[in-house]
Write a protein that binds this ligand. Structure first.
Ligand SMILES: *Cc1c(COP(=O)(O)O)cnc(C)c1O
Length: 396
């Protein structure tokens, strides 16, 4: 039996390779940071991590995690409602709600689980989910697990959203779902207009702040802060795996009845392990640090502005962005791969994306800025972009 199946898998894998879509892992032997060391011994500047605030190797978070290891041990060996809840889990849930100005929070092992487990308990076939076409894979999967009627609108297209809301008027309840920041372009969801349409058509709103929490808004409270909608959005999901320390963990925060029902019915919460106490402890420390000072957000915003200004000055075509994601448009798939490879030779680690990850003819290099970057890191990257851009005739 396995011989046939083995052949079948071999064929699929060669198709992936022929299409140039085979993914390889790059092996890092240092902590995550602005500068990382690869197993080849090469040291490179990292511009492709979601380490937006540079907290992945932050000494205060490490210290908090170590203390929790001593106080609370390593693992919980349980789901939350059996014997997997510590004081640290509860405190982190409270702190996340305070951070976003929401009523209550439920933690998950990852935001993938938060999104996977949010729709099915809350909505039935009588209801409607209206989802942005570029929403994250975990939202798409979560919607698939739910019996609600599905509507899709073109990315950030408010006319299309309105059309879909009109189609969904016949359903009992309506939930509009959007990423806060879309990961390939770095554009921010027009949440102000989404909220107005929600009001007009009597719908609720859910925002996934995974790429925006800690990043967008003056104090990093995300897209709801940017549009003065703190406390007004029914559901926010997010991750502890990006700006918030980068380890693992996700959450849903919002209206208290919603969170209460999720604790009763959300399957990834009921049937999957609790996050380790050390992760919760570091999360608490992270929220405390962000409440005390805005230094990291300010530095990230300065770095992003600096990088985009210099790159635009060199003549690069940069997608309009209000996040720490900067898409350097090259349009041609092969060019995006060659450009990224040449940058790595210069010690700059970035990823080139092309179809099907982005639309055909929209290949690009995605640069992710971080508060861990110093001006000299940015200058080195800008210089390398300039050199290779000229060599490959992308800029003059
Ligand atoms: C990264 C990401 C997720 C997944 O988060 P994990 O905690 O890594 O599972 C979900 N939604 C969006 C929008 C993301 O960018």
């Amino acid at each position: 039996m396995y011989t046939d199946y083995q052949k079948h898998l071999g064929q699929i894998i060669s198709e992936i390779k022929e299409a140039g879509l085979y993914k390889n892992e790059r092996i890092i032997v240092s902590p995550q940071g602005a500068e990382i060391e690869l197993d080849s011994g090469q040291k490179v500047l990292n511009f492709c991590a979601n380490n937006y605030l540079g907290l992945s190797n932050n000494s205060k978070l490490i210290e908090a995690a170590k203390k929790a290891l001593d106080d609370h041990g390593y693992g919980m060996s349980s789901v939350r409602f059996i014997c997997g809840t510590t004081d640290l889990h509860k405190e982190l849930e409270r702190k996340i709600a305070d951070f976003f100005g929401t009523e209550d929070t439920i933690l998950y092992a990852a935001c993938f689980d938060a999104n996977g487990g949010v729709f099915e308990p809350l909505l039935t076939e009588e209801d409607a989910i209206i989802s942005d076409a570029l929403n994250h894979a975990s939202i798409i999967d979560g919607v698939r697990l739910c019996k609600a009627q599905r509507y899709r609108y073109n990315n950030a297209d408010m006319e299309d959203l309105e059309r879909q809301l009109q189609l969904a008027e016949k359903q009992r309840f309506r939930l509009i779902v959007t990423d806060g920041v879309f990961s390939m372009d770095g554009n921010v969801a027009p949440l102000d207009r989404i909220a107005s349409l929600a009001e007009k058509y009597n719908a609720m709103v859910m925002v996934d702040e995974s790429h925006s929490a800690g990043v967008v808004g003056k104090t990093g409270r995300g897209v709801t802060e940017l549009y003065n909608l703190k406390g007004k959005i029914e559901i926010i999901t997010g991750t502890l795996g990006k700006a918030f320390g980068g380890a693992i963990g996700g959450f849903t925060t919002g209206k208290k009845e919603i969170v209460e029902l999720l604790r009763q019915r959300s399957r990834p919460y009921l049937f999957s392990n609790s996050i380790p106490p050390l992760v919760a402890a570091a999360g608490i420390k992270m929220v405390d640090m962000m409440t005390e000072t805005n230094d990291l957000q300010d530095k990230l915003h300065r770095n992003s502005e600096y990088f985009i200004e210099k790159m635009t000055g060199l003549g690069f075509d940069i997608k309009p962005t209000r996040s720490a994601i900067c898409a350097v448009m090259l349009y041609d798939a092969k060019l995006s791969q060659d450009f990224a490879a040449r940058l790595l030779d210069e010690g700059i680690y970035v990823i080139g994306f092309y179809y099907p990850v982005v639309p055909k003819g929209q290949a690009r290099i995605r640069v992710q800025l971080s508060a861990a970057h110093e001006i000299e890191h940015l200058d080195k990257a800008i210089k390398a972009f300039g050199k290779i851009g000229r060599e490959l005739n992308v800029i003059k």
